[in-house]
Design a protein around this ligand. Structure first.
Ligand SMILES: Nc1ncnc2c1ncn2[C@@H]1O[C@H](COP(=O)(O)OP(=O)(O)OP(=O)(O)O)[C@@H](O)[C@H]1O
Length: 605
């Protein structure tokens, strides 16, 4: 099992604990490097071509100062205008060629790096979608959202912008230093006086800003979690008048996040201030050296001008390179959080047995499955069952006995604490998107923003009009959908036409019909027993389970009468197990429940 949310994540990434919550893991430096090597594999030729055009761009950038130096010298020597033609043509050509090389390097960089960033985004979103619910719950959905949005944005910006500037400016610096040395080694030496100050400043800045950025990203995740909790639990918070305390939580998370931002800005201001000092020292030294060298006639005035221009021309690239560390540090913190998500599925895949083909006649088994929420006690205890192809198991029990929890374990949405849930012998957590094999309809059905047809085509994008009508007929929703002004094209969900709970449930069942999975698990409890709605939903449920293997959480006891096996849950355990008639005859808990049910309702539907 991948206990992904503990401090020592299974993949070795470090999870962080905050305010009692264990956040999703953050990848280690080694994991990030391994990930980068993997995504950049096969892109080496493009990367080399990018580097070559960047070097060309930087070298061409040096031609300008050299040409201006020649021109200055020619004017100082009172030479004829004809002498200027060569340097001027060189200046113009190098400018055009430099612009072309700059364009080429930008295009190549985009082709090299942007697909890698896109892949990182895709992989992390895919990994995030596959995370078991308990991992997301423990880590906080907000943290996950902030990773796949904010962190992905930082990495994308750094890769497409900062990285290019970093490489280009780094090369420009090297070339300019070489140019300085070529003019006179003493110029290079004078310019190098700035380096110790810059190196010290950079070391100080990296040491200071790394924890600020890492902490800031985590704080942003926490703020997103607090906000998301506020939105998703809005009605509960309002009903219980808990708005103020939730607002306090959001404010505290925002204050923490802002504190990190202030600290980052303070560090950056001091960083740039110290860099200005380094420039002042370097340029002062070069001008001093130039003064003495020209006076001693060891270098020409033109060479001295070129040297000063070279050094002044270094300010921009140096500031860019050092400033880019800012972006790279932030992106590094974001990248570690993104790769942290992929380590969870990576750890799962490392232990994954090669799954054989899972057929449509697969059998679903649970062996000694136990589960509890968070660090709480087990609410499902030591349950074993086997669902044979085409058979139906009904699970009954009092409220809170663990039925819905068992349903989510059998659907692979949650992972057992101990024991295993498997499909044809393959553990559910080793199967990509087990919903393709096992589909679950829960008590909370989400109506997605879009038309009714859009909602149904989520299950099968290529579904024809006829297929959609069939599905609606099967679940008994065809008539009310047809009666809507735009039929299946009527907008529903998020601002669209409101649907009743049982209509939403019917749409969920129609989606299931289109999805056509071999195994279905039904855990819906929208309708009051004995009502017309209950009868309609029971009919729809029977339609979608016909010919399939199914587990029906029988919130209305009448649903159990048609099952091959009935399991009675008591306090998380299997209390009784057997056929409907067999259990009725046994005179135990089920018989009592059934008698009460039959009396209270107008009879089984
Ligand atoms: N997300 C959760 N976090 C913590 N505890 C939970 C969570 N969901 C359920 N529980 C607890 O687990 C136990 C089993 O709940 P479960 O919903 O599985 O029971 P159930 O038999 O399906 O109940 P019902 O018929 O009311 O839906 C209950 O004590 C419940 O309070």
């Amino acid at each position: 099992m991948t206990g992904a949310t503990t401090d020592a994540s299974p993949a070795g990434g470090s999870g962080s604990r905050s305010a009692g919550r264990v956040l999703l893991p953050v990848a280690t430096g080694r994991q990030v490097r391994a990930y980068l090597r993997r995504v950049m594999r096969g892109r080496r030729p493009l990367l080399c071509a990018t580097a070559v055009t960047m070097i060309a761009e930087s070298l061409l950038g040096l031609v300008g100062p050299v040409a201006i130096g020649w021109i200055t010298q020619a004017i100082a020597d009172h030479r004829g205008v004809g002498v200027l033609v060569g340097p001027v043509v060189l200046l113009a050509t190098s400018t055009v060629a430099g612009a072309a090389a700059g364009w080429g390097s930008t295009v190549l960089l985009a082709r090299t790096v942007l697909p890698a960033v896109a892949r990182l985004r895709e992989e992390t979103v895919a990994a995030a979608v596959e995370l078991p619910i308990d991992v997301v719950e423990a880590g906080g959905a907000g943290d996950l959202v902030s990773r796949v949005s904010g962190d992905a944005e930082l990495v994308s910006d750094a890769a497409s912008d900062a990285l290019g500037s970093f490489i280009g400016s780094g090369l420009a610096i090297l070339a300019a230093l070489a140019g300085l040395a070529a003019l006179d080694w003493r110029f290079a030496l004078a310019g190098l006086l700035a380096v110790p100050i810059q190196a010290h400043t950079l070391r100080w800045y990296l040491r200071t800003s790394r924890p600020i950025y890492a902490g800031g990203r985590v704080a942003d995740g926490r703020r997103a979690s607090a906000l998301l909790t506020g939105f998703t639990a809005l009605s509960t918070l309002r009903a219980l008048r808990l708005g103020a305390s939730q607002r306090d939580r959001v404010e505290a998370a925002s204050a923490e996040s802002m504190d990190y931002e202030f600290r980052a800005v303070r560090a950056a201001t001091r960083f740039y201030g110290r860099l200005n000092l380094a420039e002042f020292v370097g340029l002062g030294a070069i001008l001093l050296v130039a003064y003495f060298l020209v006076r001693a006639e060891l270098v020409s005035l033109g060479a001295a001008t070129t040297a000063a221009l070279f050094f002044a021309g270094l300010f921009g690239p140096i500031n860019i390179v050092l400033g880019v560390f800012d972006g790279i540090q932030q992106a590094g913190a974001g990248l570690a959080r993104l790769v942290g998500i992929t380590t969870l599925t990576g750890a799962r895949d490392a232990g994954r047995p090669a799954p054989g083909p899972i057929g449509t006649a697969a059998s679903l088994t649970a062996e000694n499955v136990s589960f509890g929420y968070g660090e709480g006690p087990d609410v499902v205890r030591d349950i074993s069952l086997r669902l044979e192809p085409g058979r139906q198991i009904a699970v009954v029990g009092t409220t809170g006995s663990g039925k819905s929890t068992l349903a989510s374990l059998l659907a692979g949405l949650r992972r057992p604490r101990t024991g295993t849930a498997a499909l044809d012998g393959v553990f559910l957590e080793y199967i990509d998107l087990p919903q393709h094999h096992v589909a679950l309809v829960t008590q909370e059905t989400h109506v997605f923003a879009g038309t009714i047809a859009d909602n149904l085509r989520l299950a099968r994008p290529e579904a024809t009009r006829e297929a959609i009508d069939d599905a609606l007929h099967a679940v008994g929703a065809h008539d009310w959908v047809e009666a809507l002004p735009d039929g299946i094209e009527t907008p529903v969900g998020g601002g669209g036409r409101p649907l009743t709970a049982s209509q939403a449930q019917q749409l969920a069942l129609a989606r299931l019909w289109l999805l056509d999975p071999p195994i279905v698990i039904l855990d819906e409890a929208t309708a009051e027993a004995g009502s017309d709605t209950a009868r309609a939903l029971d009919h729809a449920a029977r339609q979608v389970t016909r010919g399939r293997s199914s587990v029906v959480i029988a919130h209305r006891l009448g649903q159990a009468a048609h099952a091959d096996i009935v399991i009675v849950m008591e306090n998380g355990r299997v209390g009784e197990r057997g056929g409907h008639e067999e259990l009725r005859a046994a005179g135990g808990v089920y018989a009592t429940l059934w008698a009460a049910w039959s009396q209270a309702s107008s009879g089984p539907a």
